[in-house]
Design a protein around this ligand. Structure first.
Ligand SMILES: Nc1ncnc2c1ncn2[C@@H]1O[C@H](COP(=O)(O)OP(=O)(O)OP(=O)(O)O)[C@@H](O)[C@H]1O
Ligand SMILES: [Mg+2]
Length: 463
């Protein structure tokens, strides 16, 4: 299931025992059954081998000279080595066995072992257990993710076009670049692509390219194999390998340091990675989705981002518009968040008063949907009755910043007739411009009949 081309065909076993006969006998049994076997005569030799390559299994004796089995298990734990550990030992004292389990052994076989089958079965069971655990974690996450996908709400033309694109391209391995201001829903869209694709049963792995220090990012992404006796005592799979068969989401790609961009480009072009300190390349099958709030083109111009990498990832671009450019999504989003936080906070807000809705509709939302969500959550927590009112809104919403207010409430006077006319005129103008003057579509957006639209267009002198 790991899908690494190193481990797919032949599981790699490191057999650690000071007894040469055991190494020979057990080694032969395992090789005969398709394992690729390497051996070590004590803990220290084993660590040196672990530092030089990946193993699916480490089978170790307990009493050995130089470094014994328990010390080896301790070191493997400290190094966060991924392999399944099995102890095979003549020492069946409770204290040693229980210590071995505490140090991460998944099974224990008493020497002399009964049969080939006993050994093989133990290894297979451990493999199965590990696979089930990984699947469980993933299935659980997938359930949550699907829930999230059904929770993307939008009705604006721009967003429904994006939904259509997602559905169309989900199954292809095409690299997708999602751009848009912070909080517009880029991550949500990346998840939607993965969970609507044939890759959904494989992992979706996130990398925050801006959140990891430059010197760690490379090893995080590509993995590393380091000398067991240096300060960084670890051997670890990179995120590329973790995402094998699935999707790698490179978030904030605009923040990726130049030094790594060239390595990323090579990985994308060759579809293989080179773990740090590892002599070979490993094939990976990964779909890349990248996102950024920065203007990558400007970064390319300013030599902050490699142009060749830009062209490699900008195969299919999805641009998520800021919330202020899709006001028609706002009521839907409000409704969605009110339901969400009613449930989450145990509230029963049923309505939003008109002035409050007006403020929410015409605020400029520099933080986009994330900011709207926070405002609704906070407002609901503060609300006294079952209606959300302006009293529950934060001060920012009242300090200018209205995106396209059809009228200024503070100075508008009280005439509903006049104010409504101003608002209607703007809405109609907006619908006409969004539909390039198509009256049928405009009427549908405005939720009025075509004759009513034509009448109002004449009244407001719009054409
Ligand atoms: N269309 C939508 N429907 C429902 N919720 C949304 C929608 N768009 C965004 N959200 C919510 O808004 C918040 C921000 O979305 P997300 O994290 O996807 O934004 P982002 O573009 O990745 O932001 P950043 O650039 O800051 O990382 C999330 O809580 C998300 O669930
Ligand atoms: Mg994000």
């Amino acid at each position: 299931m790991e899908g690494s081309s190193l481990s797919d065909m032949h599981k790699r076993v490191l057999l650690v025992d000071d007894d040469e006969v055991i190494r020979d006998v057990l080694g032969t049994i395992l090789s005969k059954h398709g394992y690729q076997v390497d051996t070590a005569a004590d803990g220290r030799e084993a660590l040196a081998k672990v530092a030089g390559g990946f193993f699916d299994h480490i089978i170790t004796d307990l009493s050995m000279p130089i470094m014994d089995g328990l010390e080896l298990l301790q070191a493997l734990q400290d190094m966060e080595v991924d392999a399944i550990r099995t102890v095979i030992s003549g020492n069946t004292e409770f204290s040693s066995v229980s210590q071995a389990f505490k140090l991460g052994a998944s099974d224990f076989i008493a020497k002399p072992f009964q049969s080939d089958q006993e050994i093989l079965l133990t290894l297979r069971q451990a493999e199965e257990k590990g696979r089930l655990q990984k699947d469980n974690v993933r299935l659980q996450k997938e359930l949550e993710e699907n829930y999230i996908f059904s929770n993307i709400v939008a009705r604006s033309r721009a967003m429904t076009t994006i939904f259509k694109t997602i559905t169309k391209i989900a199954d292809y391995k095409t690299t997708v670049l999602i751009t848009g201001e912070s909080g517009t829903g880029k991550e949500l869209i990346a998840r939607a692509i993965h969970y609507n694709s044939i890759r959904k049963a494989k992992p979706l792995v996130d990398v925050n390219c801006g959140g990891i220090p430059e010197n760690l990012l490379e090893s995080e992404m590509f993995g590393y194999v380091k000398g067991a006796f240096t300060d960084a005592n670890r051997t670890k799979k990179g995120l590329f390998e973790e995402a094998d068969g699935g999707t790698l989401f490179l978030d904030e790609i605009g923040d990726m340091p130049m030094s790594l961009q060239v390595k990323l480009l090579r990985a994308l072009q060759e579809e293989e990675i080179r773990p740090l300190g590892y002599g070979q390349s490993i094939k990976v099958d990964v779909r890349i989705i990248a996102a950024t709030a920065k203007k990558l083109r400007d970064q390319v111009r300013d030599k902050q981002f490699r142009d060749d990498l830009f062209y490699r990832i900008n195969v299919l671009a999805i641009e998520v518009p800021p919330l202020r450019e899709r006001q028609e999504d706002i009521p839907l989003l409000i409704d969605h968040f009110v339901k969400k936080y009613n449930q989450r906070l145990g509230l029963s807000i049923v309505d939003i008063d008109k002035t409050c809705l007006h403020k929410l509709m015409y605020y400029s939302w520099p933080g986009n949907v994330r900011e709207l969500e926070n405002v609704i959550e906070r407002g609901m927590a503060l609300a006294e009755g079952d209606v959300l009112t302006v009293k529950n809104l934060p001060a920012e919403l009242f300090q200018g910043g209205e995106a396209s207010a059809p009228f200024d409430l503070a100075n508008a006077g009280f005439s509903i007739k006049q104010n409504r006319a101003a608002m209607e005129r703007q809405l109609i103008a907006k619908a006409l411009s969004e539909t390039s003057g198509n009256r049928t579509h405009s009427a549908a957006l405005l939720e009025i009949s075509i004759p009513a639209l034509l009448y109002k267009m004449k009244e407001y002198e719009l054409s």
